[in-house]
Design a protein around this ligand. Structure first.
Ligand SMILES: *[C@@H]1O[C@H](CO)[C@@H](O)[C@H](O)[C@H]1NC(C)=O
Length: 326
């Protein structure tokens, strides 16, 4: 059983590409290299090692140790079991690297790759990063210096050599009518089409990353919603948002009307009470400390009693008390 599995693995490795070995790059540009690893290494530290010899290479960047210079970066996609390393500002000294996995008690696991840094690369693409929506037909141009046969591979899976083939569920065509440019088309991509692919010619590879996402739903009625994504969810979401956008101003209006009515009612009540009630006398008691005023009530004067009130007012006395302790 184990022997059978091993044979199957060897057969797969014969037809597919599991690691990048040689990439032609332009000086000054940057390159991203995907490094495939086995699932047993998922939680291990991954790193890029610089140098021709595995036993004397020095690490450039680790997944737990970022590079401060900004030349190297690394990221680990544990779901895909691929970590990627990016090398910027390529110079002719950026030639020999290793994709390594740290092993605690034992030798680190590593895969060597070689960069050919030139003024004019022999195998390249317009962009290493391609974004598409589900159902799109992808067209990728691979430019190559020599007129040899070009292959299109999915990293860790199979390759398409001829003009027609299949990778996973995707139909692949390679059109090499134009010399030195091969156009690869992948029809009706799905979410599963996302991943790392390679243009391959001779011993050179050029990695290309494809990201397939759901097409965003654009609703014209409410511009707020255009940023949302996801089909059925968005439709359900939009009706509730619409409802909310009606309810909030409506309830605000009701509150404002109620408050206004209440204020009017209070004012009205206050005014009627004022006209009925007698004036209040103020009695500031003991604010001075040594003077006390007795409260005085003045009743509203009647028409014919004006004189009598005046006399009464003169008759009023303020009782003054000295503080007993002073
Ligand atoms: C290949 O591309 C050329 C030029 O773009 C086009 O004329 C030709 O029809 C294509 N061939 C196929 C088989 O699609």
């Amino acid at each position: 059983m184990a022997a059978h599995l091993r044979l199957l693995l060897i057969l797969c490795q014969l037809t597919g590409i599991y690691s990048i070995s040689k990439v032609s790059v332009k000086a000054g540009d940057s390159i991203t290299i995907p490094c495939l690893y086995q699932s047993r290494y998922t939680n291990r530290v991954k790193y890029l090692c610089k140098g021709y010899r595995w036993d004397s290479c020095s690490f450039a960047v680790k997944t737990n140790k970022p590079d401060r210079s900004g030349k190297f970066s690394i990221s680990d996609d544990k779901n895909e079991e691929i970590f990627t390393v990016t090398i910027k500002y390529l110079t002719t000294t950026d030639t020999d690297y290793w994709c390594n996995v740290e092993i605690d008690h034992g030798a680190d696991y590593g895969e060597y790759f070689h960069l050919v840094v030139t003024g004019k690369p022999s195998l390249y693409v317009d962009s290493q990063e391609i974004k598409a929506y589900i159902g799109d037909d992808l067209a990728i141009r691979c430019y190559h210096g020599s007129s040899g046969k070009m292959q299109w591979c999915r990293l860790g899976r199979n390759c398409v050599t001829g003009p027609l083939g299949k990778i996973g569920e995707n139909e692949v065509t390679i059109n090499s009518t134009i010399p030195h440019v091969s156009t690869v088309t992948m029809s009706k991509v799905t979410r599963q089409s996302s991943g790392w692919y390679l243009c391959v010619q001779g011993d050179l590879q050029m990695p290309v990353h494809v990201t397939v996402t759901e097409r965003p739903v654009i609703t014209t009625s409410t511009p707020l919603l255009t940023s949302g994504s996801g089909g059925g969810e968005t439709a359900k979401h939009s009706s509730s948002v619409l409802l909310m956008s009606l309810i909030i101003p409506l309830s605000l209006l009701i509150v404002v009307v109620m408050v206004t009515l209440f204020i009017f009612w209070i004012l009205k009540k206050h005014r009627t009470r004022n006209s009925q009630s007698p004036p209040m006398a103020v009695s500031p008691c003991g604010s001075d400390g040594d003077v006390l005023y007795s409260s005085v009530l003045i009743t509203k004067p009647q028409k014919d009693e004006a004189k009598r009130v005046k006399a009464q007012e003169e008759h009023l006395t303020y009782s003054t008390l000295k503080n007993s302790h002073s």
